[in-house]
Design a protein around this ligand. Structure first.
Ligand SMILES: Cc1cc2nc3c(=O)[nH]c(=O)nc-3n(C[C@H](O)[C@H](O)[C@H](O)COP(=O)(O)OP(=O)(O)OC[C@H]3O[C@@H](n4cnc5c(N)ncnc54)[C@H](O)[C@@H]3O)c2cc1C
Length: 456
């Protein structure tokens, strides 16, 4: 019989979501154990573009002051879109606080903050299975330094990232937990950190560039003027792309990278999909990438992970206090996510769906004819208002793209309706199926308007 460890809460994964959850619950006095498969030295080392948005408003359990030193470039303030097909560069302002960080330092700082709050981190521990009793999750099985161990807890928080094994192992059929998840809803991404001999001239910008195929994009994010995070990703609806080759080809064409040195390489999947409809089951909550809490148009998931960890933790504290870890008792967490950012991300996903059906040149050509601040609003607020004067000017400025422009307006209208539906996210699991049915009707329209194959 493997040894059994006992506690209030098990968190699986020491990333952003897991550490925010752990810090919040430990501060409330719960006995929290975080199980992390990596050794302590490597924990917090995550494949990422290192762009961090809105850190000044991050949850109070790990405020920005805890990771200030990881912010290596606070001067980025806009996105720069390079559009080779029309030989244009457009600068789009990014609202709110934006920075590029040293991701490992950030990861280590938030782990330390959770440890200081009293959470116990158990490294070198790979979770391999989920323990369930009468449908309720009551613990996990893990291998620690090669030995099997069972961990029991009132609640298990799944913060194991985009490819969490827990959801494969748990039987969630009788619950509301979202199991409609497929790798086609994800982006495959690879990034390198490069040191260049001379400072780049664009160290105040997050540079994006489409690849030859509409599903792919390349980024250049300056951690400092001489340390650049370069990455490439593609939506997995498409035929696989040779990521390393696509990056190498682009780098070779840029003189500033001629004598660059690679200091780090990592690849991973990003859930560029809508947030899980429900991320709770009895005794179980999923947070961050493990529940699709990523802005599907930018791939930014650090903020969603931090807030999801915080919201799940607050719900867990009340549930344990009240001695009730049923789905209904954990439902508040779903509501908090949908109200804060889930609905917005779900509506942004509609534009992602549209991009699977348009030619990259058409889309980029159109982008150049829409005012930059409107694109910014649409990207970050989830929607943007266009007055009639602006509509006409945009139309006249982009006559060659008018068909696409018309589809974009139709898409925006259905995306706005989707956002309104998420604002009506149910207050209890009892109303969940009816809400989903109405949402699915709107999604049918999304597929009709965009001409895309169903994503869900
Ligand atoms: C290439 C790339 C670029 C990105 N760029 C950005 C960006 O610029 N800005 C941004 O905001 N977001 C970006 N993202 C997304 C962002 O990195 C994620 O959304 C965020 O890290 C999610 O945090 P998380 O805590 O949910 O998961 P993760 O950070 O993935 O943490 C999961 C943790 O769980 C552990 N784990 C997994 N399985 C097990 C197991 N079975 N047992 C024990 N431990 C386990 C892992 O080792 C890991 O430590 C990028 C993602 C990728 C892949």
């Amino acid at each position: 019989m493997p040894p059994v460890q006992d506690g209030d809460i098990i968190v699986v994964g020491a990333g952003t979501a897991g550490s925010y959850a752990a810090a919040t619950m430990a501060q409330a006095g719960l006995d929290v154990q975080v199980l992390e498969r990596k050794p302590e030295s490597d924990a917090g080392h995550i494949a990422c573009g290192d762009a961090l948005k809105g850190a000044d408003e991050f949850p109070e359990s790990v405020p920005k002051t805890e990771f200030d030193e990881a912010i290596t470039n606070p001067d980025v303030d806009h996105g720069r879109f390079e559009i080779p097909s029309v030989d244009t560069v457009i600068d789009i302002p990014v609202p709110g606080e934006l920075a590029v960080i040293d991701r490992l330092d950030f990861g280590k700082s938030i782990i330390e903050a959770a440890q200081d709050a009293g959470a116990t981190y158990v490294f070198n521990t790979v979770v391999t299975d989920v323990v369930q009793t009468d449908g309720q999750v009551t613990g996990v099985v893990a291998t620690r330094n090669g030995d099997p161990e069972t961990y029991e807890a009132d609640i298990v928080i799944d913060a194991a990232g985009a490819l969490s094994i827990l959801q494969d192992k748990a039987d969630l059929e009788a619950t509301t937990f979202d199991t409609n998840v497929s790798y086609k809803q994800f982006t495959s991404a690879y990034r390198e950190v490069l040191e260049v001999p001379e400072p780049v001239s664009w160290d105040d910008a997050l540079v994006f560039k489409p690849t030859d195929r509409a599903e792919g994009y390349i980024w250049y994010f300056p951690r400092t003027p001489t340390e650049i995070n370069v990455g490439v990703g593609f939506q997995m609806t498409a035929e696989p792309m040779k990521l390393v080759q696509a990056m190498k080809t682009d780098l070779e064409a840029r003189p500033e990278f001629q004598d660059a040195t690679v200091v780090d390489k990592l690849g991973a999947a990003i859930p560029t999909r809508r947030p899980y409809d429900s991320a709770v089951a009895p005794g179980y909550m999923a947070v961050g990438d493990a529940a699709g809490h990523v802005n599907p148009t930018t791939g930014g998931g650090i903020a969603g992970a931090a807030y999801a960890g915080y919201y799940a933790a607050n719900t867990a504290v009340s549930a344990i206090e009240n001695g009730d870890v049923s789905e209904a008792a954990l439902w508040d967490y779903n509501e908090a996510v949908m109200e804060h950012f889930g609905g917005r991300y779900a509506s942004l996903d509609v534009y992602n769906i549209l991009t699977t059906t348009v030619e990259v040149e058409d889309l980029m050509g159109l982008l150049t004819s829409i005012p930059a601040e409107k694109v910014s609003e649409a990207l970050y607020a989830g929607t943007a208002e266009f007055g009639w004067g602006l509509k006409l000017r945009t139309l006249l400025g982009s006559l060659s793209h008018w068909q696409l422009l018309y589809r974009l307006y139709q898409t925006k209208s259905v995306a706005d309706r989707l956002l309104a539906q998420y604002k009506k996210y149910p207050e209890t699991p009892a109303d969940f199926e009816a809400w989903q049915a109405q949402r699915d009707e709107i999604m049918e329209e999304v597929y009709t308007v965009t001409g895309a194959d169903p994503k869900y």
